[in-house]
Design a protein around this ligand. Structure first.
Ligand code: HDD
Length: 741
């Protein structure tokens, strides 16, 4: 994937659509048509609830005409002043426009999602490679079939206005607008879940949400009620291990894996079935922030992930994911290699069952209107198409009820499927009528079956084209409130995960547990969680216990021997650098033509340059993207510092701490020094041109340290790209941390 030539020449300033004038300083007075939606931002095709294209232009459903009107279309003279009895008199109730304007405003907010409230979405396309046709009859999985998609990424715990970069599981929900109806794959970025049964969902959510007396903390799991629950409800331990790892603090939505978690049943054209688990594999690589970065970005840019997604799409660096499946035989016991496929707290290591790629999704359009699309989109794991079916996973079964139910409150009634973002892109004839916010003017007189008055319409499908085929499997048993004994093992997959991590990841995991448990007020909860850690891994338990100043308990269930799964580690691989962000740090001494060439070299490598200068405006023809005042180290994956004349003086300038200048007499800007020091600490690649080495000295960074490049600008870009392929300079992390050190 490379950015298109046209897109690659981005300026990182907001694009203006054709015919849209730059805003003037004065308030415009002449009437002009409303701006059309930007072609790159159009929502899905406008179709009626019965599927017929309306033919209406997209703007017909938005604002029309050149004049301000009431909601009924009457033109208005003024919207700045209420109608009053005299210029100093009381406001008159008679003012229709005032009442209508304020009343509509009073009802602008809808309830946020009870979980996953904070999220952002994008449109795109899924192209199947046809490999799944052997196992699944779904039309959208046929070779080269292109299906429009809308994806919403989210955090779970935080409110709608919370920060993007908190430690949390991320939602990864995809709506495929297929020719056979909408198919929703509503997954997360972690392959296991907290609970085995849906009936426990309110409990885990109540535990992680802010505590009910003070309503703190916001969007955090580092508090007593969360650790109280998960240390008692030990089936949560595997998920907790994943969310305490780097998986809980992704660098970008673009760089997360996605998992369907549950086992699904696929059926081919001949009626043969198999069991699968779905995986999304980001072509950008799987990368995370480091903990300090998450906290800095929560302050410097709470919209960090949202902005990153939209910046990448605007720059033409469209993120893409391969969709893959692990395919397992559909046996009566539904157990694979000793793992119960109905237990959503378990995953199947890729070394045990490889992931086979069945298609690729590319996100290439951001929404035109956040509320209409990202906020109003609804997902439902029960939205299935012919060929894809659920299993008896007791978590999934309850989800099938919950997602429709919640929309009735959140989207204000039963007609949420008629909202443009939720409409199927194929004919819909559901015989549902009336209800709040009914958008359709249905014809016919017989929304019931059987009927003769509408000629029998709608007809029923045959088995070949019908969704929701119930495979006639025998169901028997007493009514019980219990789970199969094959769900009893709560620890071995947490052990497997922990022992699959690299040293640096393991260090992050230890720090995360220690940090979170240190935030609990109740010692009994810390001790109880240490008991769980003892059952997962003795070293991990000992390290966390040391950090907490407690003693490590003996396990009650000693960890068994597990085969590690290298695939769960995010380290040790090489990834494409397309879409990675490079700060090009310059000042008034940097020759503009050198900046222009570096910018071009970065874009030629598929990366995104951000020219960062002491003040805004232009350097020659190059637009300054960030100033030293607005730039933050956390925004960038790497930096190229060229704050000095090029070519360099003979002797590399050093920093004189007393004067704050370098040995050539130039002041070293403390904001650049801070950025370099932070990026070094966060193990990011840093390049400096030979004339700028005093910045390194001022930041206390040695030019021979791992991941440092001292080179002429264009050569430095190649050096940075080489380092970025591993994401971070992992050698800078100490081999193993202990809390004594
Ligand atoms: Fe859920 C939203 C993912 C279990 C009940 N869930 C929601 C979203 C995602 C997930 C990504 C956000 C969708 C969007 O962007 O609009 N949920 C999961 C996964 C689960 C899971 C991967 C386990 C494997 N969820 C789960 C259970 C229940 C729910 C067991 C209830 C019993 N989930 C909901 C919900 C939400 C929701 C309350 C909130 C807003 C919404 O549905 O539309 O119904």
């Amino acid at each position: 994937m490379a950015p298109s030539q046209e897109k690659a020449n981005h300026t990182l300033t907001p694009p203006m659509g054709p015919g849209v004038q730059s805003p003037s300083l004065e308030e415009p007075t002449a009437a002009v048509p409303p701006p059309p939606p930007k072609p790159s931002q159009q929502g899905p095709a406008t179709v009626t609830p019965t599927g017929a294209a309306t033919g209406a232009p997209p703007e017909a459903v938005a604002q029309q005409g050149m004049y301000l009107t009431t909601s009924q279309g009457a033109r208005l003279r003024s919207t700045d002043h209420a109608l009053k009895a005299g210029p100093r008199g009381p406001v008159l109730l008679q003012d229709h426009h005032l009442r209508e304007k304020i009343s509509h405003f009073d009802h602008e907010r809808i309830p946020e999602r009870v979980v996953h409230a904070r999220g952002s979405g994008a449109h795109g396309v899924f192209v199947a490679n046809g490999r799944a046709s052997k196992i699944c009859r779904a039309a959208f999985l046929g070779k080269d079939v292109e299906t429009p998609v809308f994806v919403r990424f989210s955090t779970v715990a935080g409110f709608r206005g919370s920060s993007d970069t908190v430690r949390d599981t991320r939602g990864f929900a995809t709506k495929f607008y297929t020719s056979e109806g909408n198919y929703d794959l509503v997954g997360n970025n972690i392959p296991v879940f907290f609970i085995q049964e849906g009936i426990k969902f309110p409990d885990i959510v109540h535990a992680v949400k802010p505590e009910p007396d003070k309503e703190i903390p916001q969007a955090q799991s580092a508090h007593d009620t969360f650790w109280d629950f998960v240390s008692l409800h030990t089936e949560a331990q595997a998920h907790v291990a994943w969310s305490m790892s780097d998986r809980g603090i992704p660098l970008s939505f673009r760089m997360m894996e996605g998992f369907g978690i549950h086992t699904f049943r696929l059926m081919d054209a001949a009626g043969e079935t198999c069991l699968v688990k779905f995986h999304w594999k980001p072509r950008q690589g799987v990368h995370s922030q480091v903990w300090e970065e998450t906290q800095m970005s929560a302050g410097a840019d709470p919209d960090f992930h949202r902005r990153d997604l939209y910046d990448a799409i605007d720059a033409g660096a469209y993120p893409s994911w391969d969709l893959g499946v692990q395919v397992m035989p559909d046996t009566p016991e539904e157990i694979f290699e000793g793992i119960d496929l109905l237990d959503p707290t378990k995953f199947i290591p890729e070394e045990v069952c490889p992931v086979e790629v069945i298609g690729t999704m590319t996100l290439n359009r951001r929404p035109t209107n956040f509320f209409a699309e990202t906020e109003q989109v609804m997902f439902n794991p029960g939205n299935l198409v012919p060929g894809i079916d659920v299993t008896n996973d007791p978590l999934l079964q309850v989800r099938l009820f919950s997602y429709i139910d919640t929309q009735i409150t959140r989207l204000g009634g039963p007609n949420f499927s008629q909202l443009p973002i939720n409409r199927a892109h194929c004919p819909v004839n559901d015989m549902f009528r009336d209800g709040f916010h009914q958008d359709a003017v249905h014809g016919g007189v017989a929304p019931y079956k059987p009927n003769s008055l509408d000629g029998g319409n709608p007809a029923e499908a045959d088995d070949d084209s019908s969704g929701y085929i119930d495979i006639p499997t025998p169901v028997a048993g007493n009514k019980v409130r219990e789970l199969s004994a094959t769900f009893d093992d709560h620890y071995s997959q947490a052990t497997l995960f922990v022992r699959s991590l690299s040293s640096a990841e393991r260090q992050h995991l230890t720090s995360a547990y220690t940090f979170e448990l240190s935030k609990c007020y109740e010692e009994a909860i810390r001790v109880r969680q240490l008991q769980c850690l003892a059952n997962i891994d003795a070293d991990l338990c000992a390290e966390v216990a040391r950090g907490l100043g407690l003693s490590a308990p003996q396990p009650t269930t000693p960890p068994g021997d597990v085969e590690p799964s290298p695939a769960v580690s995010q380290l040790g691989k090489k990834w494409p650098v397309v879409g990675r962000k490079i700060a090009v740090v310059v000042d008034s001494d940097t020759p503009p033509d050198a900046v222009a060439s570096v910018r071009e070299a970065i874009m030629n490598a598929g990366m995104l340059p951000f020219v960062t200068a002491p003040r805004g405006g232009k350097l020659g023809d190059v637009v300054v993207d960030r100033t030293f005042l607005t730039a933050a180290s956390i925004e960038f994956d790497a930096a190229l510092v060229m704050v000095a004349p090029v070519p360099a003086p003979d002797a590399l300038p050093a920093f004189d701490a007393k004067s704050g200048q370098d040995t050539t007499g130039r002041a070293v800007d403390p904001r650049v020094v801070k950025m370099v020091a932070e990026m070094f600490r966060h193990c990011k690649a840093i390049a400096v041109t030979p004339g700028a080495t005093s910045v390194l000295a001022a930041a206390g960074v040695h030019e021979d340290a791992p991941g440092m490049v001292v080179a002429e600008p264009v050569a430095a870009v190649a050096g940075l790209a080489g380092l970025l392929a591993s994401h971070r300079v992992w050698e800078r992390f100490p081999a193993r941390v202990t809390h004594e050190s």
